[in-house]
Write a protein that binds this ligand. Sequence first.
Ligand code: SF4
Length: 229
Amino acid sequence: MSTESLGELAAELIACRRCRRLVEWREHVAANKRAAFVGDEYWGKPVPGFGDPDARLVVIGLAPAAHGANRTGRMFTGDRSGEWLYRALHRAGFASQASSTDVGDGMVLDDAWITAPVRCVPPKNRPTPAERDNCASWFNAELDLLEKAQVFVALGEFGYRSTWRYLSGRQGEEKRPKFTHGLELDLGKITLLTSYHVSQQNTFTGRLTEGMLDDVFTTAARLLSTNTN
Ligand code: SF4
């Protein structure tokens, strides 16, 4: 892939139809709207990364949510998971506002970029390994273009594994530390932090609290403030 800018990459990405199952599913969800959003026009396409192209902080999720990013067309926008994430980013000084409802809400990220290893909504939030591998070229190309990135925050094990693979290559798989919340891995130019995913499965059950998420972004901000690279 020889894309020169994040904008060009996004323009190519949104036309991608590489994964037949996910193309069908994203379009099925878009055509079968949740009652609360019946008046909305769903995006129903691959979702590009979002944020500050000069970001030093990169936040990595899993894939678009059916009635969140697959509806609004912006990462983590328009659902409960996103409310948690953007509130935390706002408290940490990376987001201009706490509320992220739609692409016209005025949200601006400062020094932060949000992305995911898989760009089309998967059934039951579970992409297959083949779908993950299909999408890796988009994920890797985007991370390559974020030339100032210094701290990656992986939300959940899927994002962690994909980020590790990007940073270390397949040959480094066996060296990957076991996923848990709160890892801080110094990988040279990049520090990789981990958090439980902001999914309702974790936030409703108290597995992930706002305090725990704040600690991760406080660590990220501290690392960025002391990093002279
Ligand atoms: Fe293309 Fe990725 Fe969507 Fe598959 S998941 S169709 S590779 S954008």
